[in-house]
Design a protein around this ligand. Structure first.
Ligand code: OGA
Ligand code: NI
Length: 353
């Protein structure tokens, strides 16, 4: 990635504000709630206070940060190191583990969000080394496909460290899922049945310095498709979140020892819009590269996503029609893979009339 190719240029209304304006359009802030998980170290702790904090954050922002989350900081530093080493390999070597039309996992440097190219390169791997997904996007086609991860030979510790990290982040994700269930007044294990064949994956994002950061984005505005996202990032910063109440963009102050948690589309549908799957984006800069590591907690391919019956009532009728997660996942992967004529599939398509 050298000079800015036309494919990266955002439409004027989506370009990031790189300076503070008088109207306060771009506010450097740490406004999303921070939740301290240290009480979870005690397995018998009362989770209701934490669940209340989470409910508030999920309704107002759909984003929060967790500290004292129980993951080893040493492990976080080790995975960051091996990921940086991987991205520093030659393009030729990285492309040996490149994703393709069949398997969306592996290395990729041509991702598009809403049909504009993102200023980044990525490496993705499934949490389950054999993950079952639909073979095609055709609604009537029930054929399935088992996918395995393409692992690079270098760095030599890459696979082992990444898998160790993935298992630990998964544990944190399920602790959060339990707290979210409790926060909705549901049993702590209400949602776990949807993950028997989970399609969750980990992504490593590398955002190189960009010659024209005012014209491009590291990731264009989007909401994550899954249940929740558990994201680690370095100290550079660049993530921005759109506030639910008015759509204003806020910068998230980076903390490399914390995780950013955000609600995905599935959770928004399950909760019938009570919890918010916020749009977010990544701005880039001309001097520093940036790394981030989102873990996308995704259900099994055969899960049908619809508002949870227990949360509905006469006053709260379902806002969404049922959709199949596997087919949604397959359709999304096609649209991320290359520039399409139309916008990629969004949950709005399943809004009830
Ligand atoms: C993503 C994403 C944010 C970041 O990969 O979906 O939103 O800070 N990443 O890299
Ligand atoms: Ni995202």
């Amino acid at each position: 990635m050298g000079v800015l190719d036309e494919a990266f240029i955002q439409a004027p209304e989506h370009r990031p504000k790189t300076h503070l304006t008088n109207s306060g359009d771009y506010i450097l802030s740490n406004e999303i709630p921070t939740i301290d998980l240290s009480s979870l170290q005690d397995p018998h702790c009362d989770k209701t206070a934490l669940a209340a904090e989470i409910a508030e954050a999920c309704m107002r922002w759909g984003f929060f940060q967790v500290i004292n989350h129980g993951l080893s900081l040493d492990l976080m530093r080790r995975v960051e190191k091996t990921v940086a080493d991987f991205f520093s390999l030659t393009l030729e070597e990285k492309r040996r583990v490149k994703r393709d039309e069949v398997n969306p996992m592996g290395y990729h440097d041509g991702e598009h969000t809403k049909n504009v190219r993102d200023w980044k390169e990525i490496f993705d791997f499934f949490l389950q080394d054999s993950t079952t997904v639909p073979a095609t996007t055709e609604p009537e086609d029930t054929e399935l496909r088992k996918l395995t991860n393409p692992w690079p030979q270098n760095p030599s510790d890459f696979r082992e460290v990444c898998q160790e990290y993935a298992r630990e982040v998964e544990k944190l994700a399920f602790k959060l899922l339990e707290l979210i269930s409790i926060s909705l007044g549901l049993p702590g294990d209400r949602l776990t049945g949807y993950f028997k064949d989970q399609t969750s994956f980990l992504r490593f994002n590398h955002y190189p310095p960009c010659p024209n950061p005012e014209l491009a984005l590291g990731v264009g505005r989007h909401a994550d498709a899954g249940v929740i996202t558990v994201l680690a990032q370095d100290s550079v910063g660049g993530l921005q979140v759109s506030r639910r109440s008015d759509g204003q963009w806020f910068s998230v102050k980076p903390n490399p020892d914390a995780f950013i948690i955000n609600i995905g589309n599935c959770m928004q549908v399950w909760t019938n819009d009570k919890y918010w799957s916020a749009e977010h984006r990544v701005v880039v800069n001309s001097s520093k590269e940036r790394f981030s590591m989102p873990f996308f907690l995704f259900p099994s391919h055969d899960t049908n996503i619809e508002p949870l019956k227990e949360l509905l009532s006469e006053d709260n009728p379902p806002c969404y029609k049922k959709y199949n997660w596997g087919k949604f996942f397959a359709a999304r992967n096609r649209s991320d893979y290359k520039k399409l004529q139309t916008e990629s599939i969004q949950i709005d398509r399943f809004k009830a009339a």
